[in-house]
Design a protein around this ligand. Structure first.
Ligand SMILES: NC(=O)c1ccc[n+]([C@@H]2O[C@H](COP(=O)([O-])OP(=O)(O)OC[C@H]3O[C@@H](n4cnc5c(N)ncnc54)[C@H](O)[C@@H]3O)[C@@H](O)[C@H]2O)c1
Length: 313
């Protein structure tokens, strides 16, 4: 019998790419998603072929989650409001989904005796770390956005529940994940802006924000890479080996769109928005030690994602 796995947020960007890879391993996949930002079309092929069961539901609906978790061996929890700015604009809504919803997912998994729980955390838990690249054991963990705080709290709840139950868990602290089906983020924003106005691009901040980007193919390969010697609860960074500035990303997008002499204007300041961490790069040594290695550095990841999104959007 193939292992039954549940993916919350499986109709979203990272989730649907993960579902593709899980289906390829022969797993029996249930996607649980309210389609608030995800799209059924991302997983429609698998649903039609019977490889994936789709449940439209919210992680705030505990009963629906309980039912979906039954007889699952592994649960991947990706459903969330994934945007730092959304947490500043509508903090209560973010709290509900990322905190109460994540508690529901963890507790529903525990009560259904799910063996392994995988949580999509974020490198935003590090806040403005003084050590870059930032290792998993860096402290103090002081997120500078509600989004980062909800991810850190999610990790803490998961660690606590693993401590008092038979469940094992891994929280992956993703860097900026990019690629096909990207539903949000700088690449999508810049492509849309330059389509509207090919002559001028407004860049939030001073353009020198330098961040780590990992392609979704590398990210999914990292999540599914077999791990050895993990404890009951672990945190693991997933990113690429280097970083790239926002202006360099704009240059790549303009080049791939065949645009010349685009005039950049900057809104100013050292960050794009309140809660934005202008420089970050998670250290990936722990994942390298597990035998996973990203195939792309930040620039290669950006270039591939740009090509994919230009065709897709
Ligand atoms: N994309 C990144 O760079 C990045 C970085 C770090 C962490 N993450 C985390 O990875 C996960 C996936 O992010 P993504 O970039 O694919 O975003 P996404 O918005 O494409 O995916 C989130 C999915 O969750 C679903 N969802 C939202 N609220 C829900 C609810 N109440 N009930 C059920 N489903 C709900 C959405 O419909 C969507 O399909 C999120 O937890 C996010 O915080 C993403």
């Amino acid at each position: 019998m193939p292992q039954k796995v549940l993916v919350t947020g499986g109709a979203g960007f990272i989730g649907s790419n993960l579902v593709d890879a899980l289906v390829a391993t022969g797993a029996s996949v249930t996607v649980f998603d309210d389609l608030s930002s995800g799209r059924l079309e991302f997983i429609q092929g698998h649903v039609k072929s019977g490889r994936v069961k789709f449940v439209k539901g919210s992680i705030l609906d505990r009963k629906a989650l309980d039912a979906a978790m039954q007889s699952c061996g592994r649960a991947f929890h990706l459903a969330a409001t994934p945007d730092v700015r959304a947490g500043t604009e509508k903090p209560q809504a973010m709290f509900n989904v990322n905190m109460a919803g994540t508690f529901n997912a963890i507790d529903a998994a525990r009560s259904a005796s799910v063996g392994e729980f995988v949580f999509a955390s974020s490198a935003t838990v590090y806040g403005e770390a003084s050590v870059i690249p930032t290792p998993e054991n860096y402290s103090p963990l002081r997120p500078i956005s509600l989004y980062g705080a909800t991810k850190l709290a999610g990790e803490a709840m998961l660690s606590g529940v693993c401590g008092v139950s038979g469940m094992k868990a891994v929280a992956y602290r993703f860097a900026n994940v990019i690629g096909r089906r990207g539903t949000h983020g700088v690449i999508r924003d810049f492509i849309l802006k330059m389509r509207r106005n090919p002559k001028e691009l407004e860049i939030l901040g001073n353009g020198k924000q330098k961040k780590n980007y990992v392609h979704v193919d590398d990210c999914v390969a990292g999540i599914l890479h077999p791990k050895k010697g993990l404890g009951k609860f672990e945190t693991l960074n997933i990113g690429s080996a280097d970083s790239i500035t926002v202006t360099e990303i704009a240059d790549i997008i303009a080049e791939e769109m065949g645009l010349h002499n685009v005039k950049y204007t900057f809104t100013g300041g050292d960050r794009g928005w309140v809660g934005d961490v202008p420089k970050y790069q998670p250290a990936i040594d722990s994942m390298l030690a597990q035998g996973w290695k990203p195939k792309m550095n930040s620039e290669q990841a950006v270039r591939k994602a740009v090509k994919e999104l230009i065709t897709e959007i």
